[in-house]
Design a protein around this ligand. Structure first.
Ligand SMILES: [Ca+2]
Length: 88
């Protein structure tokens, strides 16, 4: 899957199911991948080349991944991690 950095200001969501988004080259800045609950996926990318991203679940910690993706889960709240779906 190819990803384009999404910003919070881009609020026009893509309403196609995630399974139909496989291998989509995202070039439209209004395109947002949605989870099964209709909320946008969250994405963090290594931008300084050290192969790490900050851990959104544990502030101040780092994850040894160039890219992580997560969903706010069933409750739609990204701060409640028990139901969040994450790539790491
Ligand atoms: Ca949650």
């Amino acid at each position: 899957m190819r990803w384009r950095k999404l910003t919070p200001s881009l609020t026009t969501p893509c309403r196609i199911p995630p399974t139909e988004c496989d291998n989509v080259a995202i070039t439209d800045p209004s395109f947002t991948l949605l989870d099964v609950w209709g909320q946008p996926y969250r994405l963090s990318m290594d931008t300084d080349g050290d192969g790490k991203v900050s851990d959104p679940e544990h502030p101040g910690m780092w994850l040894a991944h160039p890219v992580i993706v997560w969903s706010a889960g069933d409750d739609g709240n990204p701060a409640t991690w028990a139901d969040n779906i994450k790539s790491w």
